[in-house]
Design a protein around this ligand. Structure first.
Ligand SMILES: N[C@@H](CCC(=O)N[C@@H](CS)C(=O)NCC(=O)O)C(=O)O
Length: 235
């Protein structure tokens, strides 16, 4: 797995699936630079070989194939880790939900970086205040309401209505991330999503994930990642 060291970010959606399945994987970004790890290693591997290159981390190398885009990585590893049912409708639906999560994640990123990713947050604060206010008022309830309805319509236990899938793990991370970034807003909005919260609780108690979450492999949220806590944005 190739992802920036030091943050959960988008890579965390992939880590959760790998950890839940007990898969053996190497996190290249967390290896020393001297052996090809660190941020330099991540950049370097994005350009080597003659095959198609990923646009941005996270990406995964498996059997010589470099796979980019979080949702696409999950669609690739899901069947191999037994984290998505075998039938095509389930797989397409899982991918659809993963892409919706990717949209949400981009909007969360844009609350603190509404103008440009390469500028510091401090250099786009007035725009961030406006963007975050709109996100909290309209978008956050819309996404969470959609996930809640989807879960209820699927029977209330899992997002696909069958065994636990990578989409359920993603829901855990969405709730965790939004609670970290926007605790005040989330406290209000999550009153309307009881089934999603129950799913979050069940995922957290899955034995391998429970030990992963308590380990130092699970990086803490911080203000370099996607879900950042700036109290002034949590209006
Ligand atoms: N849609 C992609 C977005 C990938 C992405 O934006 N990655 C970030 C880190 S979380 C990055 O390093 N982007 C560099 C860039 O966009 O130039 C995904 O879901 O994987």
């Amino acid at each position: 797995l190739f992802y920036w060291p030091g943050i959960q970010g988008r890579g965390e959606f992939v880590r959760l699936a790998l950890e839940d399945a007990g898969a053996a994987y190497v996190e290249v970004g967390r290896l020393p630079e001297a052996v090809g790890g660190g941020a330099a290693g991540i950049m370097q591997y994005m350009t080597i070989g003659s095959g198609p290159k990923p646009f941005a981390p996270p990406y995964l190398e498996h059997g010589g194939l470099f796979i980019g885009q979080t949702a696409n990585i999950l669609a690739y590893i899901g069947p191999r880790l037994d984290l998505v049912p075998a039938d095509e409708p389930s797989r397409i639906t899982a991918m659809q939900h993963a892409l919706t999560v990717a949209d949400l994640v981009t909007e969360v990123h844009d609350t603190h970086h509404p103008v440009a990713s390469r500028l510091h947050y401090e250099d786009q604060k007035p725009e961030a205040l406006k963007r975050a206010a709109a996100f909290i008022k309209d978008r956050m309830p819309k996404y969470l309401g959609y996930f809640e309805r989807t879960l209820v319509e699927a029977g209330g236990e899992t997002m696909l209505g069958g065994p636990t899938s990578y989409v359920d793990l993603e829901m855990f991370q969405v709730v965790e991330g939004l609670r970290y970034a926007f605790p005040r807003a989330m406290k209000r909005i999550e009153k309307t999503t009881p089934r999603l919260l129950a799913l979050h609780g069940r995922v957290a108690k899955r034995p391998r994930l429970e030990s992963y979450l308590a380990s130092d492999r699970r990086l803490p949220f911080n203000e370099d990642g996607i879900f950042r806590h700036y109290p002034e944005l949590d209006v």
